[in-house]
Design a protein around this ligand. Structure first.
Ligand code: CA
Length: 717
């Protein structure tokens, strides 16, 4: 209705002005700064809609690089920059902060919180950071080791710093702080290791704690911190969950409605993932995998909507949330929209939390639908893996991860950087929770070898996986509950999205391309080579009447570390890239990096390989990659030198490389375990050598075969 009128009117310039006026109304509040991007998601509603129109379908052909800034690191870059008074503030790996002149790219100051590298072992998904918040003359950043720091905006000096976590627990901060009045709100991560989630508000001026909301109950034998938790504790069973932490971390998304004074937080998965361990007699386990609305000024609970009751699969609801007003059945409704990991796109009434619609945006097999009456997903036969291993879609990676979406009221579409994927879930015979920086998801890490599909060596699996593990940019119509268009992307893991009032959608991709699409049709209009796979979202700002497009380009993050994908471009150092109309800068050419393999003889038994693989999957894979294939962010262990082989135990058990982030695993691995991992790595190296030496004809036949299997599997799963 209203959307159709928008489409018609947007075809002439006069209507476009009218449209922009309406857009401004729909964005709830004007940006606080004329730069056009002074808040994390452009506005408090987190719509990621740039009101600027100088970069448009007509001028796009002249869009070029204005300047770039090298961060000097090769870890993942996920920050969404902020621009205030002509200065662009952004973050890099290890929670570093940079302030740069938005026109010239000159570095004004940088700040390194000097995170101890050992703390990186607590980070499930790379030592990333998603950006700062700016309020008045201060810049706020959360650090990987759990501090919230206020910096002087002009000098970068520390104004105050507060530890937001218990340093005895494996908490991390990767999310950007958000502003609520004169408070700075921050969450944390760590549910894969075993922590209790919460979100805290600090006084921006002093750093004093104003309120804290725990998302899951503590010890059920003790009084809970709030009435909301007294209700929640009744939805948990057994007496062990609080020892595992329970999970429910708020590690990324928040949105704020100043008119309602409601802060929306996205709550993460359970610790451990496996509900039969976490809550053995059942229960929904509130407030896991929920959107929770809190009173911004007090942190008091107002309502919640649980997207995945009794989460069993790492289906977080921490994904990006967008506030908008939608015409539903003739009435303008204040809504909140989210595409969480579980594969359903939700539209809720953001005043009450009532479900308005939930439709699958990619193929899923864990639930058949969301019951419109109860608001609960209807689980299928593959949902439970208590008694039988299951291949479940989506995987723990999610149908959509942290990469922000964007909402364009002109097209009436939400742009989702989505994924299709699957994973094997397997109940372990016994579960031993290991305190500290250890993967505690309650999975049988050795099971992968027993499954015909999941066990296929990733070295050979690319043609198969392309059907089952793939990226999409989806233009989702939230009123119709279906996609208006979909673009298939070369890799599964891609960047967040920006849309513009000029009718464009920008996204960086794993392939290293930065692409512009036509917002209405999805037609590809422009692209440029960023020399590196991109996962961060672009933003747009203006200075002195000139519009810029900015994006962090640095491959990494959860999937960047774990899963090698042939179409991904890696190798270039992490950078901030800034474009404008007529920009003529160029990136330096990049020397390709080779993989030099000279492994010792492979003498391992089948038992040693199986043991080494299970240990590797539990302790090493999250950083060094599935199948021991690294994407170049951390060392590829198949290419270990003779010396590294000789001192393997000193590294893996004793932790001699802890100062650079490789901690010792003496507390959870024996000398024999370490040797089994080493022998598994030798086998993986020999497999790679064999692959490099095989004939192209044979490879062609095998690729064709796996391509057919993958196509079939995508239909059957
Ligand atoms: Ca998780």
């Amino acid at each position: 209705m209203i959307n159709r009128r928008f489409q018609r009117e947007s075809q002439n310039p006069a209507a476009r002005c009218w449209l922009l006026f309406l857009c401004a109304l729909w964005t709830l509040e004007a940006p606080a700064d004329e730069s056009g991007w002074s808040l994390h998601g452009q506005n408090f509603s987190e719509q990621r809609l740039s009101p600027l129109t100088q970069i448009n379908p007509q001028s796009l052909q002249d869009l070029g690089l204005a300047w770039f800034f090298d961060t000097g690191t090769r870890r993942g870059l996920e920050a969404s920059p902020i621009v205030v008074d002509g200065v662009i503030y952004t973050t890099g790996s290890w929670s570093r902060v940079y302030a740069l002149d938005g026109k010239s790219g000159a570095l004004i100051w940088s700040f390194d919180p000097e995170v101890p590298r050992e703390w990186g072992a607590n980070a499930c998904c790379d030592v990333v950071n998603r950006g700062v918040a700016v309020l008045g003359d201060q810049v706020f950043v959360g650090t990987i080791d759990g501090r919230l720091i206020a910096l002087d905006r002009t000098q970068g000096d520390v104004r105050w710093s507060t530890l937001t976590i218990d340093p005895g627990k494996p908490y991390t901060i990767t999310g950007a702080p958000r502003l609520v009045g004169d408070s700075v709100v921050i969450g944390n991560g760590g549910a894969e290791y075993g922590v209790r989630g919460y979100v805290s508000a600090y006084d921006a001026a002093t750093g004093a704690l104003k309120w804290r909301f725990y998302t899951v109950p503590g010890n059920p034998a003790q009084p809970q911190e709030s009435a909301a938790l007294e209700r929640a504790v009744k939805t948990w069973t057994g007496d062990q969950f609080w020892r595992f932490g329970g999970g429910g971390t708020v590690w990324d998304s928040m949105a704020y409605d100043p008119d309602l004074d409601l802060l929306y937080i996205g709550v993460g998965n359970g610790s451990p993932w496996n509900r039969d361990i976490r809550s053995p007699e059942g229960g929904d386990n509130l407030y896991l995998s929920s959107i929770v609305a809190l009173e911004g000024s007090t942190g008091e609970y107002r309502w919640h909507y649980q997207t995945t009751p009794a989460d069993n699969w790492d289906y977080t609801a921490t994904q990006h949330m967008i506030l908008a007003n939608l015409p539903i059945e003739g009435v303008s409704r204040k809504v909140i929209m989210q595409a969480p990991k579980n594969g359903f796109f939700y539209v809720l009434d953001r005043v009450t939390g009532a479900l308005l619609s939930a439709e699958a945006y990619v193929p899923v097999n864990w639930a058949s639908e969301v019951d419109p009456e109860t608001g609960r997903p209807i689980e299928t036969d593959v949902a439970s893996y208590r008694d039988k291993d299951q291949l479940v879609r989506p995987a723990p990676f999610g149908a959509h991860n942290w990469q922000p979406m964007a909402w364009n009221p002109d097209s009436g579409l939400v742009y989702i950087p989505a994924m299709e994927n699957f994973s094997l879930y397997s109940n372990p015979a016994d579960y031993n929770h290991q305190d500290g920086p250890h993967w505690n998801t309650g999975q049988n890490d050795g099971a992968i070898q027993d499954n015909p599909l999941a066990s296929i060596d990733p070295l050979y699996a690319a043609p198969l996986l392309k059907h089952l593990m793939r990226g999409q940019l989806i233009a989702w119509d939230p009123l119709k509950g279906r996609a208006a268009w979909r673009q298939s992307l070369p890799s599964m893991w891609n960047g967040g999205v920006l849309t513009t009032a000029s009718g464009l959608v920008f996204q960086g991709q794993g392939s290293g391309e930065l692409v512009a699409f036509e917002a209405q049709s999805g037609k590809k209009l422009w692209s440029t080579d960023a020399q590196s796979g991109i996962i961060a979202p672009p933003i747009s700002y203006q200075i002195d009447g000139e519009q810029y497009l900015a994006v962090m380009a640095g491959w990494g993050g959860a999937i960047g570390l774990v899963l090698a994908q042939p179409s991904v471009k890696q190798g270039a150092p992490g950078r901030l890239l800034v474009y404008k109309i007529g920009g003529e800068a160029t990136l330096p050419s990049e020397a390709p990096q080779g993989l030099f393999l000279d492994p010792p003889p492979d003498t391992a038994s089948d038992f040693e390989i199986a043991s080494g693989l299970a240990l590797y999957n539990q302790h090493c894979m999250r950083c060094h990659g599935l199948g021991a294939v690294s994407q170049g962010l951390v060392p590829d262990l198949r290419a270990m030198s003779k010396t590294t082989h000789e001192i393997f135990d000193a590294i893996v058990l004793d932790g001699v490389l802890a100062p650079v982030g490789m901690i010792g695993f003496e507390s959870v691995m024996t000398k024999q375990d370490s040797e089994h991992v080493r022998r598994y790595l030798i086998r993986a190296a020999h497999d790679q050598v064999a692959l490099q030496e095989e004939s192209s004809q044979w490879r062609g036949v095998r690729d064709w075969f796996f391509d057919q299997i993958g196509w079939l599997a995508a239909k059957v799963l």
